[in-house]
Design a protein around this ligand. Structure first.
Ligand code: FAD
Ligand code: SF4
Length: 471
């Protein structure tokens, strides 16, 4: 790319308007308010429309980024939306939660001399313009179904993407979901202040328009068996995620007041515990909350606790800020809202009051040693450096593993050494013919867009095999 051309463009991107920190820490409304039309047009005008757009190579579902931005610049919003939607069935979701800084925006040439084009924010702007409108999904009409039938297990982003591709190609799609709502982590994990529920519901609504059928409260491996579904359907896609929480394994972890992030966030997000008693699910109220971990899940739990009225919220992490895996934006938002960070500390014991409720946690001081297998410097305990942090609610956000319910009930389904499903890198096919898998259940906890990329690859392969019999 011509250096002068890059320099001529504004180096700085259009800022995202947000709710002020002191206002938003007391509500569950969306923090980032989205670009206005003028802002979106100004930001879109920064794009160079590169002949070989590097940004696209950073996108796991290959959205034609330069093309949709070019249409946006011309004011052709509907065409821009059709282009985005042709590659990404959940653009309003991805525009909000994808780690673009490591994907498309990480590759944008403008990033060499200044800030990359705010691709995610533009994707969100374009998608929001059609959200929930009768317009729904330009270019995607309900199709005529043929004889092919596919079952999806789980209704997270991997399955939803696979379902969309199969249905658009004339395959009958039935989705079997263990919970009572579709969306997976998009509804039970990521809080509404980052991803409003109506945004997820509207994009899933487009799948219903395509004729996808949902069956809720249906746990694969219990309510339905994979073997039975294989007899009934041409292909099965497994997208059940990796929702089994990892615990610390330290004394006191069973005390009242110690939660996994999974349970805490599910109660609040899916169960709407913040609106108890209007909704049935209560949540344990914490005054002094401590969250263990430093990924997006930890940030979400900490910021949720603030919104539920906690007086103080600490994130405790055994490494330093430089090693924190959460998105920079999430860390910044948490800091602005008043979350405090205790670095180089690890919990070694939860302590109880006379009623056996959590009252404090004992922390071990750490220092950074040699790099471990992940390349990050490993934390090493510093002898004699102990302190006690008063806390009445602890949330453990150390990651998740594969839930064994479906895997244990399905003989012949090969697993990796880490306990996830072994699947072909290109097609997602498992050790069982015409049974595909993708998303966190194959990779371990990852990202929305990687799960969607896997769902798309499997969907394309399923269509190649079975859609020709269809409409
Ligand atoms: C709190 C939190 C915040 C996150 N933030 C981000 C973020 O900002 N950006 C990002 O890119 N990623 C984020 N992630 C990760 C991302 O959400 C996941 O990588 C992604 O959702 C994985 O998609 P999936 O379809 O594989 O699984 P999931 O989203 O986990 O969906 C799996 C679905 O299968 C259902 N299910 C499970 N077992 C069964 C069964 N036996 N039978 C039937 N149904 C079953 C589950 O109920 C669920 O609905 C976050 C994760 C969490 C937990
Ligand atoms: S977003 Fe960046 S890399 Fe992509 S076409 Fe525009 S300027 Fe080029």
């Amino acid at each position: 790319m011509n250096r002068q051309k890059i320099q001529k463009k504004r180096a700085v991107r259009e800022a995202m308007p947000c709710q002020p920190p002191l206002v938003r820490r007391a509500n569950f409304d969306e923090v980032a308010l989205g670009y206005t039309r003028e802002m979106a047009l100004r930001e879109a005008a920064r794009c160079l429309h590169c002949k070989k757009p590097l940004c696209v190579s950073g996108c796991p579902v290959q959205v034609p980024i330069g093309d949709f931005i070019a249409e946006l610049v011309k004011g052709n919003l509907e065409v821009a939306y059709s282009i985005v939607k042709s590659a990404n069935s959940l653009p309003a979701v991805c525009g909000r939660v994808c780690p673009q800084e490591h994907q498309c925006e990480g590759k944008c040439v403008l990033g060499v001399k200044g800030q990359p084009v705010a691709i995610g924010r533009l994707e969100r702007f374009v998608a929001d313009a059609f959200l929930g409108s009768a317009h729904g999904c330009p270019g995607q009409k309900p199709v005529k179904f043929g004889d092919g039938k596919v079952a999806m297990l789980g209704a997270g982003p991997a399955s939803l993407t696979c379902a969309g591709i199969c249905a658009a190609n004339g395959l009958r799609v039935d989705v079997f979901e263990g919970l009572h709502e579709p969306g997976g982590v998009l509804v039970y994990g990521i809080p509404s202040f980052r991803l409003p529920k109506n945004v997820v519901a509207a994009e899933i609504g487009d799948l219903r328009t395509l004729g996808v059928r949902f069956h809720f409260n249906c746990v694969a491996g219990r309510t339905v068996l994979l073997e039975d579904l294989r007899g009934e359907y041409d292909a099965v896609f497994i997208g059940v995620g990796a929702g089994l929480p990892v615990f610390l394994g330290i004394p006191g972890e069973n005390l009242v007041g110690v939660f996994s992030a999974n349970e805490y966030l599910t109660r609040v997000n899916l169960g709407r515990a913040y609106a108890f008693p209007e909704y049935d699910t209560p949540v344990y109220p914490g005054k002094n909350v401590t969250v263990f971990g430093a990924g997006n899940v930890a940030m979400d739990a900490a910021r949720t606790a603030l919104r539920l009225g906690a007086e103080s919220v600490h994130i405790v992490y055994r490494r330093t800020r430089a090693e924190m895996p959460a998105r920079e934006e999430e860390i910044k938002h948490a800091e602005e809202e008043g979350v405090r960070f205790s670095m180089l500390a690890a919990p070694i014991q939860f302590n109880a009051d006379a009623d056996m409720r959590l009252c404090s946690v004992t922390l071990q001081g750490m220092r950074l040693g040699e790099p471990d297998a992940s390349g990050r410097r490993s934390p090493v305990p510093v002898e004699g450096q102990l302190r006690v942090l008063p806390t009445d609610l602890a949330v453990v956000a150390l990651g998740t593993r594969a839930n064994p319910i479906l895997l244990d009930a399905t003989p012949g389904l090969e697993r990796t050494e880490r306990g996830y499903i072994r699947a072909d890198k290109n097609t997602g096919e498992t050790s069982l013919p015409n049974v595909f898998a993708g998303g966190d259940i194959v990779t371990g906890a990852a990202t929305v867009i990687l799960a969607m990329g896997a769902g798309r690859a499997a969907g394309q392969e399923i269509c190649r095999r079975f859609a020709k019999q269809g409409g």
